[in-house]
Ligand binder design. Structure first.
Ligand code: PLP
Length: 376
């Protein structure tokens, strides 16, 4: 089948204005309400959003912070990670995962991802040393890793699990939410994330009261709320109250956002699964152990760069995650490891448009352009 130029459309990879415009009137009302109350820093809107998120996740404590990178740092510090410790992470992730480990004074130790693009348990086992304190899986693309396998390793070696679940709000493994498996987890509300704010925002989640209490003081300059006394070294990473109010509003329809992303994944699955040059992520109903929220739709593609160019020529925006480099290849940060599986995978990765502004027709069109490229 060849493409009819009359059917040409423009499908950007992501529409930033949609984050605002899809709920413009509601947001303006929220801004007016918060503004007129003068409720800017740590007011009831932050507490309400934290409570709603905790209820949704089934976790005891949620702390709204400035962004997910800060949440990682605060959570790791509060869990006692610091100089002399090693923390294992998978390098198909944002540099923030490793950056947060480094910021605590600990050493980020890179390992491979597996065919599911998530942390590879065998690679983790090989990386454990007497200094290892924690395993930090990234729940990438809205999918949760096989936490049974990682938990078994953590139990055997007495390690903490700390999830970078920035991309996985609502994603589940065996019915349990990403972010709630280990000592703590984080979420990002960066505008392009599934639940997007109008700027930076994030959350730390934990069931551990001591971690929560310490991180809570640390997000506000180390101040103890009750006494006003400064009791630990802290930073300023408070979730803006106005953002909390906007997020709390958007969160009410979060299930619809997730549902829409899963529908889009199903269309991709239906229309691309037969192309032998591609490896698709598992479809939304592929496996009862996993509930995926499709933060991204990341495929593996033969002749990836040519496919990307072909899609661009036909008006379709795509992205290669992390600028095309796994974290351990940022050699200027001091990494020297080679991870052959991950490095080969990165030659093949491509993200197709995946967001709730897409119509079915947009998605079908993207599939047609992909099929056209492979002559399918
Ligand atoms: C987005 C993201 C982060 C960082 O989130 P911020 O809120 O921008 O700090 C960290 N890890 C992963 C895997 C992410 O996708």
């Amino acid at each position: 089948m060849s493409l009819d130029p009359r059917n040409r459309r423009t499908v950007p990879f992501f529409k930033y204005p949609h984050v605002f415009c899809s709920v413009e009137n509601e947001i303006l009302e929220i801004v007016r309400d918060v503004g007129r109350r003068g409720a800017f820093i740590l007011q009831k809107d932050v507490q309400e959003f934290e409570a709603h998120l905790a209820e949704y996740l089934g976790t005891k404590y949620v702390l709204g912070v400035g962004n997910a990178t800060d949440a990682l740092f605060l959570g790791l510090k509060a869990a006692g990670i610091g100089p002399g410790d090693e923390v294992i992470f998978c390098t198909h992730t944002f540099v923030a995962t490793a950056g947060a480990i480094h910021s605590t004074g600990a050493t980020p130790v890179p390992v491979e991802c597996g065919p599911d693009h998530l942390m590879d348990p065998d690679s983790v086992k090989e990386a454990i040393t007497p200094k290892t304190r924690a395993i930090m899986p990234t729940q990438l693309n809205g999918r949760t890793a096989d936490m049974d396998a990682l938990q078994a390793i953590a139990d055997e070696h007495g390690l903490l699990i700390f999830e970078d679940s920035a991309q996985a709000l609502g994603s589940k493994f065996k019915g349990r939410c990403a972010g709630t498996f280990g000592v703590a987890g984080v979420f990002s509300f960066y505008p392009a994330k599934n639940l997007g704010a109008l700027g930076d925002a994030g959350a730390l989640v934990t069931n551990d009261e001591a971690v929560y209490k310490k991180a809570k003081m640390m997000r506000d300059h180390g101040r103890d709320e009750e006494t006003g006394d400064v009791v630990v070294w802290g930073i300023n990473s408070r979730l803006d109250n106005i953002h909390a109010a906007i997020l709390d509003h958007k969160f009410k329809s979060y299930d619809i956002i997730v549902q829409r992303r899963r529908e889009i994944a199903a269309i991709y699955q239906e229309r691309l699964a037969d192309i032998s040059e591609l490896v698709l992520p598992p479809g939304p109903d592929a496996d009862p152990d996993h509930f995926d929220v499709f933060q991204n739709y990341e495929i593996e593609a033969e002749r990836r760069d040519e496919l990307k160019a072909h899609l661009a020529e036909h008006g379709v925006g795509t992205m290669v995650q992390w600028g095309g480099k796994p974290v351990h290849l940022f050699r200027k940060l001091g990494f020297t490891q080679s991870l052959p599986y991950t490095e080969a995978l990165f030659e093949r990765l491509l993200m197709l448009p995946m967001n709730d502004s897409l119509t079915d027709e947009d998605v079908v069109y993207v599939c047609e352009v992909v099929r056209d490229f492979y002559g399918a």
